[in-house]
Write a protein that binds this ligand. Sequence first.
Ligand SMILES: *[C@@H]1O[C@H](CO)[C@@H](O)[C@H](O)[C@H]1NC(C)=O
Ligand SMILES: *[C@@H]1O[C@H](CO)[C@@H](O)[C@H](O)[C@H]1NC(C)=O
Ligand SMILES: *[C@@H]1O[C@H](CO)[C@@H](O)[C@H](O)[C@H]1NC(C)=O
Ligand SMILES: *[C@@H]1O[C@H](CO)[C@@H](O)[C@H](O)[C@H]1NC(C)=O
Ligand SMILES: *[C@@H]1O[C@H](CO)[C@@H](O)[C@H](O)[C@H]1NC(C)=O
Length: 706
Amino acid sequence: MGFSDTLVVVLLRAITFIYDVLTLPIYTIVQYPWRKVRECKESKAQAISHEGGITFRSTTPISKMHVELEKQGIDTMEKVFNYAVRRNGSKRCLGSRELIDEEDEVQKNGKVFKKYVLGEYLWKTYNEVDRLASGFSKGLRQMGLEPKGKICIFAETRAEWLIAAIGCFKQNITLVTLYATLGEDAVIHGLNETECEFVLTSHDLMPKFRVILENSKSVKHLIYMEDPLRKTDVSKFPENVKIHGFCDVIAAGTKSSIGGSPPSPEDVAIIMYTSGSTGAPKGVLLSQRNVSIAMMAFSDALGPVYPDDIYLGYLPLAHVLELMCESISFLSGIPIGYSTPLTMTDQSSKIKRGCKGDTSVLRPTIMASVPLILDRIYKGIQEKVGESGKIGQALFKFFYDYKLKWYYRGFNTPLVNRLIFKKLRQLIGGRVRILASGGAPLAPDTHEFIRNSLCVPLLQGYGLTETAACATISLGSDMSTGRVGAPLGCCDIRLVNWDEGNYTIKDRPFPRGEILIGGDNVALGYYKLPEATEKDFFEEDGRRWFRSGDIAEVQEDGCFKIIDRKKDLVKLQVGEYVSLGKVESELKTCPLVDNICIYGDASKQFCVALIVPAVKHLTILATKLGKSGDMTLEEMCADAGLANAVLKEIQIHGTNSKLAKFEIPGAVTLCSDTWQPDSGLVTAAFKLKRKNIQDHYQSDINRMYA
Ligand SMILES: *[C@@H]1O[C@H](CO)[C@@H](O)[C@H](O)[C@H]1NC(C)=O
Ligand SMILES: *[C@@H]1O[C@H](CO)[C@@H](O)[C@H](O)[C@H]1NC(C)=O
Ligand SMILES: *[C@@H]1O[C@H](CO)[C@@H](O)[C@H](O)[C@H]1NC(C)=O
Ligand SMILES: *[C@@H]1O[C@H](CO)[C@@H](O)[C@H](O)[C@H]1NC(C)=O
Ligand SMILES: *[C@@H]1O[C@H](CO)[C@@H](O)[C@H](O)[C@H]1NC(C)=O
């Protein structure tokens, strides 16, 4: 540190010391810090049985909403949505931003990008949504889709998606969901396996169907959600496929006299295709009861709802987490405003310079997220701080540590939040009070950083499509990081020994083992895959259980920490086990790393890393090493000196993140192609497909081990 920044820090220390002495008594009286510390330590689950493992059950009381829903006998999604419409009929329900125009914006380097001109959020009320949903599903019936039938939704998240889903539940039509980012082969597989005759997609994805329809003969009707600005090109599709606009289906349905055909709790509500990190995606069969039970359990974790709450919907609705979050918002009377990763913040790539991103306009209070996005926010903030000069950095660090210190003592720091962290909070609109993360393990560093600098509780959850997203969730009062909380009310969680990985329920200090999840939220099985169903699901005393393949430890307070995945474990020659996922999630927080895949050869002493570098930081590093500034990405990735420098950085980062020596890669390869779902290297949910990556980079792996 230089002289001036040291001086600033010394001064600040003096000032905050006096401030603390003066305000501590007041804060102690108004903030009840001891209560927060106690709540954090309280036990949230207990062991209820030691038969065949240790089974844990939640001790958290169920919410008022949950009690109310049970009293009303709600056991299907159709009833859930009807209940919500009865309750909040004239209130705002779904909102989307008005798309006014699209403009070309010339960048500094002469390139031209298309940018949106977006207006305010336009809202539909619950009653309107209900009407549209009824209209849509009657329209489907009119077109010949019977109550037993299926419709496949292959589209990005938007209001019409949820409207269509609600409509289908009204007519006992099974939804088949596929990620909008899935490759064509996977979509063809899904359509073929389910023999869907009806497909709902969007304007943007229509061109893909020219190819897909050539290869999937079952489809007879293709419905597209319109684009507000452009007309959809419906030419050159196979002749046997009828093409309809979403609005036309609703218009036809609204005129129809067909009645509703509500499902029973045993009917299949959704066949949800997973993103498939190993092999082809699998269709998970979720019944009406399974999904509605899961929703009630989540409402316990949500806590009180306020009249000004707003939910930001932007994750893929084909992901069970987002579908759950939106359904719960719908049920709780929380309006849902839609967004996309390309328009979310003022800096997002489709937002015109000087215009407002979705979070600035909507100012949401509740958001769901995935580690991929949180890691990005984390790196983005660090970059901003890095650019703010020595004094700026010293100031940020000082207040960051100050806030952290008081946080762990159970205090909030309102003044510092206002003065220092308000600007960061503005990144996501400034009002977020609950941020949830799921889908993959979140690195503890990212967890702490986001929670501290955005001044928001970050709830980490754990769940799988096979359990309707439900398993565990951490509460807002939890001050730890890296844990996923205690079991939700709807299911029990059992730990069993996994001898091969040397995890046992007798381990000290905490029992460890594979997670089994049992409860009403557990799916019926996989569609048309009796063997996989037999392998992963089992029945015991009338209760259905799912073997997750994830390894966890359970701490004193009944909270779980995911420490491994069966498939991700490699035993090196020295006899040490390397958890690839854990190492990746730690190293991903290194600014140089955009994406990373660790590979371990069991016959070798160390593991190696395939890294997709962050271009900006790699360029800076290249310049530092005295290399020419105009190297292309390919040239930089092929440069041995640069790869070595990256390896050093990674090793330092790994040591700082407390990775063991054998967990730190011994060699790296820089990959110049980004890993996108259509390349087959990652799933539609951006999880690594290890086998494919390994095959693709086999020569590089051989070279690293040579
Ligand atoms: C929805 O209805 C419930 C019960 O009438 C009410 O308490 C709640 O405030 C309403 N939600 C909104 C956003 O107004
Ligand atoms: C709903 O559809 C299923 C087939 O998916 C059928 O077996 C069931 O009888 C239907 N339920 C009702 C209540 O119509
Ligand atoms: C479609 O499914 C059938 C069996 O249901 C199978 O024989 C055929 O190979 C599949 N076609 C494609 C393109 O996957
Ligand atoms: C399993 O763990 C125990 C204690 O942690 C250790 O003593 C033992 O050597 C390990 N076994 C294997 C096969 O790694
Ligand atoms: C899931 O739903 C089905 C149909 O309602 C039900 O039979 C099953 O019991 C539920 N799952 C579990 C594990 O209870």
